[in-house]
Design a binder for this molecule. Sequence first.
Ligand code: IGP
Length: 265
Amino acid sequence: MSKQMLDKALADKRKAGEKIFVPYIMAGDGGLNNLEERLNFLQESGAAAVELGVPFSDPVADGPTIQESGQRSIANGTTLSGIFETLQTFREKRTLPIVFMTYLNPIYAYGIEKFAKSCEEAGVSGVIIPDLPMEEEDLLANLLKQHAVAFIRLAALTSPKERLRDIAARTEGFLYAVSVKGTTGARSAHEKEVHSYLQELKEFTSLPVLAGFGVSNAEQARKLGSACDGVIVGSKIVDLLHHGKTEAIKELIQGASDKKNISVN
Ligand SMILES: O=P(O)(O)OC[C@@H](O)[C@@H](O)c1c[nH]c2ccccc12
């Protein structure tokens, strides 16, 4: 059921000819009691879904902005159980699909089977696990399937073509196209090869391809979005939220999908 919610939300955007915008926020940054309000705000601002970070002490793929956000969240006492409980409290009202971004360790510590079950119960539509290589994913993949939770795979710029094809064939919900070589964080520009990489990924899957990493303004979002189905923005959103600049978030989301201004490369 929850996977369906994600599939439908993304398909609706594509049918309407709109680009997909998925903001990332860290659960528990500022306290878990702001979560419902933040999700509502992002939905009203035009987000198609939200990537919700689960804080972890050793986040290998996170750049400084997301790391600090995770540390604030941990200092607030955020746990995976607490996040599930909070999501449960407004599950019925919620129409915005949520995907978790978490590392394998918190899932292991919580219990893999219990994790898949809790995702279903809390209405979590999908999960992204950046430190779980394709070769090791079987056990978790089956459990997630049983509980109708989309297992969103990540493609990397450095992966050979055959591997990208394989990853694209396996992904569920959407394909996360990591668009920089390195960790998360705002960057001034993307490398030229990103455009052809995104177009190639589009050929490998009929699911939406979303570009993430290094997108921090509407122009970058439109540029990358013109080669795929939309973008994921993390560090910039986390930073603006932390400083209470909600208007700027609205402008960023709306500017990213402004059809009048699509720049052609
Ligand atoms: O922060 P950026 O550069 O906008 O990138 C997105 C990113 O933050 C989010 O998707 C994310 C946060 N941590 C991750 C770890 C791996 C993959 C993705 C992520």
